[in-house]
Design a protein around this ligand. Structure first.
Ligand code: AMP
Ligand code: MG
Length: 500
């Protein structure tokens, strides 16, 4: 099999013996390429331009890895729904290694669904076509929305059955990530009181993601602050776009600050802060509005794990950690408000001087209250605000039953806009359409695409949806069906499943 120029480093394996197990992918019956992101492969400099579908299927199912690629299963622990599991790890995933992309960034390539590993516990190590294609759709949507995210490079059908509630076709995903270092990675070594490995892992993570303070004597405190800052920014982006991750366990929180592990995730339709879509989240722990608080809770677990690195004296270490974590809420709120301001058509450059103006916060909160009271589609409402900026409030009004309340709010908003900048309505609308998407991965469209692919082997709906998701800010009539909300009865009963 000619796999000549496919080359990966594995600095994680080299630097961190004892943090993983070297492990091969399982053999696969009949690998068949379902999806390959050629543009991403090119960005990663993988040298696969000439590779055909069969060669890519063999490669990205692990059947024809070049000799120097030695996959590993990474060790990690995690707080799952609040409870600590001291040993999780890559039970169905393998890190292949790292590519240095065209911008000089080191990026992980990892399989998901590549068979059992020493961390599999009772799992079969496999993944199904539907959930792996879901990772493609959500990752590409997030990327197109400008939100830091892991992405899918390839999905290969295995030709083997996977046994869940139903028998499903199996698949292997190749995921690209800034790294797969998680909060849970540190918890694993903290739980074992393995101070040496904890420190090695921390220094590896700092060198990889926060090299600017690698030599600072108090680098671990800087690092904790940087990790918290990335999470606060990421959570603000999720909240601004209406994304609900669904399983914000500490093993699903990346130190690099990317969105990762798209299992039972979904985007908000009609706005309600208590929205939960995940079938396994029975108590709503990971409901939409809880997400920033959960991120902070996860960061507290992270801080606990790395406490011995922050200072020799435990009280001092706790003081450092507490101080940094206490700033999370404020950082998050500022990121959130900056995001909301741009969504409202306000110019962040003009408002930065008054970073936390309570009037803007009230304007945004009152808007959300209107959406909630009227059961209004979150994405469409924001999008149509741009029409109102151009003097055409009708499309927006059509979403609301209570027009007087909307009118009153619009009057306040217009006054706020007028006070700020000498923009024409058209200019403001244009800026708003660059940040308020018209197309998000709507649940009924995602399910329709996954169902066609999984049950009938028809990738047409998946590819059409993917094309639309890649242009979230364009009003293109050919994508109109992807902009429409699901019927409300559909959303009320919608649940996504995990672990398939
Ligand atoms: P997740 O819910 O996908 O974030 O996974 C949580 C943990 O369960 C990780 O340690 C996974 O490797 C493991 N896991 C999930 N599904 C499987 C499976 N089918 N086989 C083996 N391990 C699994
Ligand atoms: Mg996970």
């Amino acid at each position: 099999m000619p796999t000549s120029s496919f080359n990966l480093d594995n600095s994680y394996a080299r630097a961190l013996p004892g943090c993983y197990v070297a492990w091969p992918p399982a053999p696969v019956a009949a690998p068949r390429l379902l999806h390959f992101n050629h543009a991403l492969a090119d960005e990663l400099g993988l040298g696969l331009d000439a590779a055909g579908a069969d060669e890519l299927a063999a490669l990205f199912s692990g059947q024809a890895l070049p000799e120097h690629v030695a996959p590993i299963a990474q060790a990690y622990a995690g707080h799952q729904f609040g409870n600590f599991s001291p040993q999780l790890g890559d039970g169905r995933a393998l890190l292949l290694g790292e590519a240095i992309d065209r911008h000089g960034r080191r990026r992980d390539l990892a399989f998901k669904g590549s068979g059992r590993t020493p961390f599999s516990r009772n799992g079969d190590g496999k993944a199904a076509v539907g959930p792996m294609l879901r990772e493609v759709l959500i990752g590409e949507a997030m990327h197109a929305l400008g939100i830091p995210t892991t992405r899918a490079l390839a999905v290969v059908a295995t030709g083997e059955p996977v046994y869940r509630e139903q028998t499903l076709p199996g698949a292997i995903l190749t995921r690209v990530a800034a790294s797969h270092i998680r909060v849970g990675t540190f918890e694993y070594f903290a739980a074992r009181e393995d101070r040496e490995r904890l420190k090695q892992l921390a220094d590896y993570s700092i060198a990889r993601h926060d090299a600017e303070f690698a030599d600072a004597p108090d680098r671990h405190a800087h690092w904790l602050r940087a990790v918290a800052e990335r999470q606060s920014a990421l959570l603000a982006r999720w909240m601004n776009v209406g994304f609900i991750h669904g399983v914000m366990n500490t093993d699903n929180m990346s130190i690099a600050g990317e969105s990762i592990d798209f299992g039972p995730c979904a985007f908000m339709e009609a706005y309600h802060p208590a929205t939960v879509f995940s079938s396994i989240d029975q108590h709503g722990r990971y409901a939409y509005a809880n997400q920033p608080g959960i991120a902070q809770w996860n960061l507290a677990r992270f801080a606990e794990a790395i406490l011995p690195l922050l200072a020799d004296d435990e009280d001092k270490a706790v003081e450092i950690a507490t101080d940094i974590l206490a700033g999370f809420g404020e950082r998050y709120r500022r990121h959130w408000l900056q995001g909301v301001r741009t969504k409202l058509g306000l110019d962040p450059a003009l408002t930065r001087s008054n970073d936390d103006d309570p009037r803007d916060r009230a304007l945004a909160e009152d808007w959300l209250a209107l959406l909630q009271a009227g059961n209004v589609d979150y994405t469409l409402a924001w999008r149509r605000m741009a029409d109102a900026a151009e003097g055409r409030p009708e499309p927006l009004q059509a979403l609301f039953a209570d027009t007087p309340a909307l009118q009153a709010w619009l009057a306040r908003w217009q006054e706020r806009c007028a006070a700020e900048a000498p923009l024409s309505g058209a200019q403001r609308a244009q800026a708003m359409r660059r940040v308020n998407p018209v197309i998000i991965p709507r649940n009924h469209r995602v399910e329709e695409a996954l169902e066609a692919a999984s049950a009938r082997g028809d990738l047409g709906p998946f590819e059409a949806l993917l094309a639309a998701l890649r242009r979230p800010f364009d009003d293109d009539p050919q994508f109109a069906r992807y902009a429409e909300p699901a019927p409300s009865g559909y959303t009320a009963g919608y649940r996504t499943f995990c672990g398939t």
